[in-house]
Design a protein around this ligand. Sequence first.
Ligand code: FAD
Length: 386
Amino acid sequence: MDHRLSPELEELRRTVEEFAHDVVAPKIGDFYERHEFPYEIVREMGRMGLFGLPFPEEYGGMGGDYLALGIALEELARVDSSVAITLEAGVSLGAMPIHLFGTDDQKREWLPRLCSGELLGAFGLTEPDGGSDAGATRTTARLDPATDEWVINGSKCFITNSGTDITGLVTVTAVTGRKPDGKPLISSIIVPSGTPGFTVAAPYSKVGWNASDTRELSFADVRVPAANLLGEEGRGYAQFLRILDEGRIAIAALATGLAQGCVDESVKYAKERHAFGRPIGANQAIQFKIADMEMKAHTARLAWRDAASRLVSGEPFKKEAALAKLYSSTIAVDNARDATQVHGGYGFMNEYPVARMWRDSKILEIGEGTSEVQRMLIARELGLVS
Ligand SMILES: Cc1cc2nc3c(=O)[nH]c(=O)nc-3n(C[C@H](O)[C@H](O)[C@H](O)COP(=O)(O)OP(=O)(O)OC[C@H]3O[C@@H](n4cnc5c(N)ncnc54)[C@H](O)[C@@H]3O)c2cc1C
């Protein structure tokens, strides 16, 4: 077993690393401070083909896979998580449902523009009354036989990429009926941006990810063609479980990048900063702290790459994806806290990247399934839950 990257993946890693350092790093702090979406950086990511990484070339993709996506996410998040989550949500939540479950017409209509980054897609699952308990969806969609349209009513919250100038669609989960046992039939429906009755609220004021777009959405008698159903009616629950299983690998790669970025910044600072007449990095307490941070980032990398390799080779990967997400998000928070400590008072100043990493780390233990949800999934895979 060889965990090292193929020459092609190593080239991709180096290209994204350079982009992150040369283009993202000098500009992102200002966008973050202004809570502004970095259109120019996202456009450049589109030109590089990053939004098309795991999609087939016939739809404008790069013909890669989840390993390639993870490599790109890790390198971006080493420098900044807002741009990394914009890519993650655009690919794993926006375009992937259409690639996996869409009809040929839906793929032809949406994928080329999503792959090029001309448009961003979003995935609306979470509602004000249900995040972890995603089966508790209250949004409804009724098929109007007179017009052959879905009529959607309800609301969604915390939806990434849903309100930018280039957002093209949101795939929403909605109850479209009841099974004979009374349980809801949950389906996924594509809602193009700008559809009458579909309202996007102002961006949230967030603790972190401040240059990424997160909104609350509401649907008041929103009408879309019956053909906007994604996959079969009633398969929405199974679809989003699959999407989230894969998305966890992407979030794990992103968390690994943040954890590694904390090491990068700490090594640099520990060599530059002097106290008591020598660099702070000459103290074993600082060396050991950074050594532990490196150990955690390295282990997290092995975990997400293992889960991605299983996914790519068609093996079961649910448990490994949950393990990777749980571990990498936990150690991302650890490393962000420790990197801030290494930086002393400067670590609390927003102009230092570690301050941004600290603010961006906590959400990793919450989004795309909380740490408790990952433990529930792992316990289930171990046969502890009947
Ligand atoms: C910045 C941001 C971006 C997001 N982007 C998206 C997006 O693009 N699309 C989308 O659909 N959603 C998105 N989300 C939503 C996110 O996935 C949810 O916030 C997350 O799944 C948790 O759901 P909740 O907030 O409703 O918390 P709850 O489900 O209410 O959980 C609250 C707490 O209770 C715990 N808990 C709940 N049930 C159990 C249980 N059975 N056992 C033990 N503990 C339990 C949870 O782990 C958590 O600690 C985003 C959220 C944020 C903050």
